[in-house]
Design a binder for this molecule. Structure first.
Ligand SMILES: Cc1cc2nc3c(=O)[nH]c(=O)nc-3n(C[C@H](O)[C@H](O)[C@H](O)COP(=O)(O)O)c2cc1C
Length: 330
């Protein structure tokens, strides 16, 4: 069975990889992921806030602290909050490259246009084969139009692309008024891939303490459907490769993702739950399913349920909404 696929111009032995997560902070986890058959390693993110803080502290060192300045820097998250600071992050990429034969994808995460994007070059120099750019932005300013949110992401992509020669993918949120149009813009800017979608961690409200309470809950397979729909819509309309991340837990989830048009899937929650070697069960389950259903390759299945190829495209559109509402019988 031919499980091979390509993603961001990289030849991969199968379409299943871990998504960005702290799993890669420990080299023995990385070893277990590779031994279990992971197609690539995606690093967790290096955050703009970490880089800016390091740049500020270097400046601080040479210029000497000023009172007001030290107050401003206290708003940055503490470096210790992150397992790996910028220097250790780059060292970790180099170590993983040295010990693994599979491609390594670095991850940069930020929201503003600035010097932090130069770290893309350092990630490339450390040995990464590609970069995933995550612009995790919450548009809290009601005066900011959607076009400026999109423009900023495009400008950050351009800055990162200008800094490196390796392919750059963009990890997107689903909260754009016309995700297809925005995806096409990123595609025409040269994004090599789109990762759909970021999971937004919505804070809860602590009604006794009157505080917003951060919550990190792992996903489940129902979250996959949003991704399936958009992969199905985008498939065939953009040159960029598609990675589906969010809600991939089972072999069936992987099959649905590929049928919708994904080149690869990224898995995090189920690896955090069952451990890195779980990726091996997913890959062997995929192989068996394809054999049982007499497919010759993963490529043969890709996009068979996309909007273009689906026997019932209306299932992805408004007609589906009407049908679903009519299902409920009182
Ligand atoms: C503990 C944890 C840490 C994560 N860290 C990152 C990160 O550094 N960068 C990033 O782009 N996504 C990060 N993510 C998001 C995942 O890469 C992924 O997009 C998300 O968990 C959805 O996939 P899942 O449903 O398989 O969990 C993290 C997720 C978890 C649970």
């Amino acid at each position: 069975m031919n499980l091979q696929t390509t993603y961001l111009g990289l030849d991969l032995k199968n379409p299943v990889m871990p998504g960005a997560s702290p799993l890669v902070d420990q080299l023995d986890n990385v070893r277990r992921l590779e031994d279990a058959g992971a197609a690539a390693i995606v690093m967790h993110s290096l955050f703009e806030e970490q880089i800016t803080k390091q740049q500020l502290s270097e400046f601080y060192h040479t210029e000497g602290p000023a009172e007001s300045f030290s107050e401003a820097t206290s708003y940055f998250p503490q470096m210790e909050d992150y397992a790996l600071g910028p220097d250790r992050y780059l060292t970790q990429i180099a170590k993983i490259k040295e010990m693994c034969d599979i491609p390594v994808i670095g991850s940069l995460n930020g929201v503003s246009l600035g010097g932090w994007t130069d770290h893309a070059k350092l990630i490339e120099q450390a040995g990464a084969d590609a970069i995933e750019l995550n612009v995790y932005y919450i548009a809290t300013d009601p005066d900011e139009p959607g076009t400026s949110v999109e423009r900023r992401t495009i400008d950050i992509l351009q800055a990162v692309k200008d800094a490196v020669d390796i392919p750059v993918a963009v990890k997107l949120s689903p909260y754009f008024s016309s995700p297809g149009h925005f995806a096409k813009q990123l595609d025409s800017m040269g994004a090599a891939g789109l990762v759909i979608f970021n999971r937004f961690y919505q804070p809860d409200i602590d009604i006794e303490e009157l505080e917003a309470a951060p919550r990190l809950e792992l996903s489940n397979s129902t979250e996959l459907r949003l991704r399936l729909r958009w992969a199905a819509i985008l498939h065939g309309h953009i040159k960029a490769d598609l990675a589906i991340g969010g809600g991939v837990h089972t072999v069936e989830d992987i099959i649905k993702a590929i049928m919708s048009g994904a080149n690869v899937v990224q898995v995090v929650s189920s690896l955090l739950k069952y451990g890195p070697s779980h990726i091996g069960s997913l890959i062997s389950g995929l192989r068996h399913w394809l054999e049982d259903h007499e497919y010759e390759s993963v490529d043969q299945m890709r996009g068979s349920m996309s909007l273009r190829n689906s026997p019932d495209p209306s299932a992805f559109e408004r007609a589906n909404y009407l049908r679903v509402l009519q299902l409920w019988k009182v």
